[in-house]
Design a binder for this molecule. Structure first.
Ligand code: LLP
Length: 421
């Protein structure tokens, strides 16, 4: 369920006509529905309410401060992967003891920052990282709580770029070798070994890979307990998919119902790191048609948003619905919807049946709330777009559109280049 719908001919976000937002802030822009964000967070978190758990929203999927703040106000923790994400989470008011830190390449200064901030746990992914964390914690006179991220070798059945829990991926430590790493870590004096984590991939539309991974992790926890290592946290990562087109992913309730029976009688705290399932369908990218042209081969609709604003189609060939902001009853055409960037990979849709549009028409690129703005760049020196949140019949800019000055901030022409001879 989301709150983007037509009233008459016009597309609305909650009670706000999207054309009105466009008039006020210009295009392109991201638009999020507050009600959808809140409802998706609550649906997910409450599905686990009868077991000990902590929902840690995955900041990488959408890291806008206002959005993080909204989830923090609902009691959410955060899953972070960098010092920058930690900074954002803290700035948004997230309690540090609800923050878990994942990622294969944490730098010493980021480890320090996280230790000084008092985060809950580090999900560590290699022997060298374990040693480094032990050293950094020692130098600060602190103890670092860790989970080892294990690679359970489960095929999540998703796009290869976002599958992370198979043996050939860079993530985690092979589950069959985990015990020896746990034994070594347990002997390090600045580490507190208390968790096991895994994350097998993103945009999963089946439950069985999650259950398979969980069973493998449980088996490991049994072995660890046998070896005298006490585990308090089981972090299952994120990964639950959403509907972009015609996928039928399980509802968070079904996801929870598949997981909970596996944990009956256990004292573990379950950590979940959802991203996409909460924000994906809560946001859209609104763009204006600049030009249309028909070549001998195709019709192109050229819009003012581009791959730098939403790179998922270019990077993963992913599908996003594209809807007119005003239904005009025009005949449909088959077109490629493309951006202004100088690459053929700059497209939002290919061979799409869409209402014939003309210059100035607004289009909504749907399901863009996750990995949309957070993956955007300024390629082709295009300032990053603004982000807006609608609530009821009001809307607020939650990130200003970047300016040309923002584009060159920090750049410097050294003296030797200043004299033009
Ligand atoms: N936890 C960890 C350790 C992760 O690596 C990820 C995502 C998540 C949680 C959240 O996963 P989610 O619930 O959102 O599936 N840019 C890609 C997705 C990359 C996912 C990376 N890791 C896309 O646009 O599809």
């Amino acid at each position: 369920m989301h709150h983007f719908h037509y009233k008459g001919q016009d597309l609305y976000c909650e009670q706000v006509p999207i054309s009105e937002v466009a008039q006020e802030v210009g295009t392109p822009f991201y638009l999020y529905s507050h009600a959808t964000l809140k409802q998706h967070y609550t649906a997910f978190d409450s599905a686990f309410k009868d077991i000990r758990h902590l929902t840690c929203f995955s900041v990488k999927s959408n890291s806008n401060l206002a959005i993080l703040r909204l989830f923090a106000s609902q009691g959410s923790g955060m899953d972070i992967v960098s010092g920058g994400e930690l900074y954002r989470a803290l700035k948004a008011g997230v309690e540090p003891e609800k923050i878990v830190y994942s990622g294969v390449g944490k730098r010493s200064e980021d480890l320090e920052y996280a230790l000084e901030s008092g985060i809950l746990m580090f999900n560590v992914e290699s022997t060298q990282e374990i040693q480094r964390l032990n050293e950094v914690a020692g130098s600060l006179g602190k103890k670092a709580r860790i989970a080892i991220r294990v690679n359970p070798d489960v095929d999540p059945g998703t796009h290869p770029y976002i599958a992370t829990g198979m043996r050939e991926n860079k993530f985690g430590i092979d589950i069959s070798e985990a015990l020896e790493h746990y034994m070594a870590a347990a002997g390090m004096k600045n580490l507190l070994v208390s968790g096991v984590s895994c994350h097998i991939g993103s945009q999963l539309t089946e439950l069985s890979p999650f259950v398979d991974a969980l069973r493998r992790v449980k088996e490991l926890i049994r072995k660890l307990n046998g070896a005298g290592i006490r585990i308090d946290y089981l972090d299952l990562g994120g990964g639950l998919g959403i509907t972009y087109r015609d996928e039928a992913p399980p509802h968070p309730k079904e996801y929870a119902n598949a997981i909970k029976p596996e944990l009956t009688g256990s004292q573990l705290t379950l950590i979940l790191e959802p991203g996409r399932v909460i924000v994906g369908n809560a946001g859209i990218l609104v763009t204006t048609v600049l030009y249309t042209k028909t070549t001998s081969q195709k019709t192109f609709i050229i819009v003012d948003a581009a791959m730098n604003d939403l790179m998922r189609p270019s990077l993963y060939n992913s599908y996003h619905e594209i809807q007119p902001v005003k239904i005009a009853g025009n005949a449909k055409v088959m077109a490629d919807i493309v951006g202004p960037i100088c690459e053929s990979g700059d497209f939002f849709a290919k061979g799409r049946q869409i209402q014939a549009s003309g210059q100035g028409d607004l289009l909504a690129i749907m399901s863009a709330g996750a990995y949309g703005f957070s993956m955007s760049s300024t390629y082709n020196s295009r300032p990053r777009v603004c982000e807006v949140m609608a609530i009821g019949d009001k809307f607020y800019t939650i990130r200003a559109r970047e300016t040309y000055e923002d584009l060159v901030r920090g750049e410097n022409i050294p003296d030797f280049l200043r004299k033009i001879s």
